[in-house]
Design a protein around this ligand. Structure first.
Ligand SMILES: C[S@@+](CC[C@H](N)C(=O)[O-])C[C@H]1O[C@@H](n2cnc3c(N)ncnc32)[C@H](O)[C@@H]1O
Length: 236
């Protein structure tokens, strides 16, 4: 086991890094409950799918959404981003529809190879139980519903919610074609003034960046909400 993964070393690194992040976050947004953010982050110390600034931005977007907000996430994996969103939500009827095939299936070959490696490490072929376990451990189960499906098929099965979603986070298929198809399928779900957030903008997933650029150029976003790491969010 690498030195940085020894439990004591890992805990010390976590405390140092999150302490540094939270000092700034508390100054920027003193109105948010950053102890709750820390509680969720503690659950995901081994998470390598997002940085604290990215996780904090998702938490903030959810907290800024209306009470009882309806959220869609495309690409949940073991539910780390989903839990940060869920923790930020307010109101007993707030809910995230977490869409994922939970099998690491994607048109992006590079991703599939990376997911298969993770599955071998985890000793499973699905992240659904891990997703559910993380929500249960954090007491957030009521705030999310796993939609076990291909993203575009889910857009059909959830069609009744078109125009009624407050926040969408897209972090599914990282190929150009996949991201573009997700944008086409899911932007119509947002209500006017709703927020679309994307992971991997400006990352090595160049297809994602291209698909988002084209959507900006087509004038489909009304204004930019913010950027943190490789997450970018817009109002429609
Ligand atoms: C990078 S991971 C998501 C990470 C998660 N958002 C986080 O930050 O913790 C991408 C996920 O998208 C899912 N995915 C990729 N293409 C998909 C598709 N067409 N339909 C449904 N899920 C898809 C994969 O199974 C994988 O779990």
């Amino acid at each position: 086991m690498a030195f940085k993964h020894w439990p004591l070393v890992r805990d010390a690194r976590f405390s140092l890094k999150i302490g540094r992040y939270l000092r700034g976050a508390r100054k920027r947004r003193p109105d948010l409950d950053w102890d709750e953010f820390r509680r969720v982050a503690r659950r995901f110390t081994l998470d390598d799918m997002g940085s604290f600034p990215e996780r904090g931005f998702l938490y903030q977007l959810a907290a800024d959404a209306p009470r009882d907000a309806q959220v869609v996430e495309i690409g949940s994996w073991v539910g780390a981003s989903t839990c940060f969103l869920a923790a930020g939500l307010k109101g007993p009827a707030a809910k995230i529809h977490a869409v994922d095939n939970f099998q690491g299936l994607s048109q992006c070959g590079e991703d599939v190879a990376a997911y298969q490696k993770q599955f071998r490490k985890l000793g499973t072929q699905s992240t659904l139980d891990l997703f559910r376990g993380n929500f249960a451990a954090l007491g957030l189960t009521g705030r999310a519903e796993a939609v076990v499906s291909d993203s575009r098929a889910a857009a059909q099965s959830l069609a009744a919610r078109r125009g009624a979603i407050d926040l969408i986070f897209i972090d599914g298929d990282h190929s150009y074609e996949g991201c573009q198809a997700d944008i086409e399928a899911w932007l119509p779900f947002l209500r006017p003034g709703g927020v679309a957030a994307f992971h991997d903008f400006g990352s090595r997933a160049t297809g994602v960046t291209q698909a988002i650029f084209e959507t900006i150029k087509a004038g489909r976003f009304a204004e930019i909400v913010g950027v943190a790491g490789t997450i970018i969010a817009f109002k429609v």
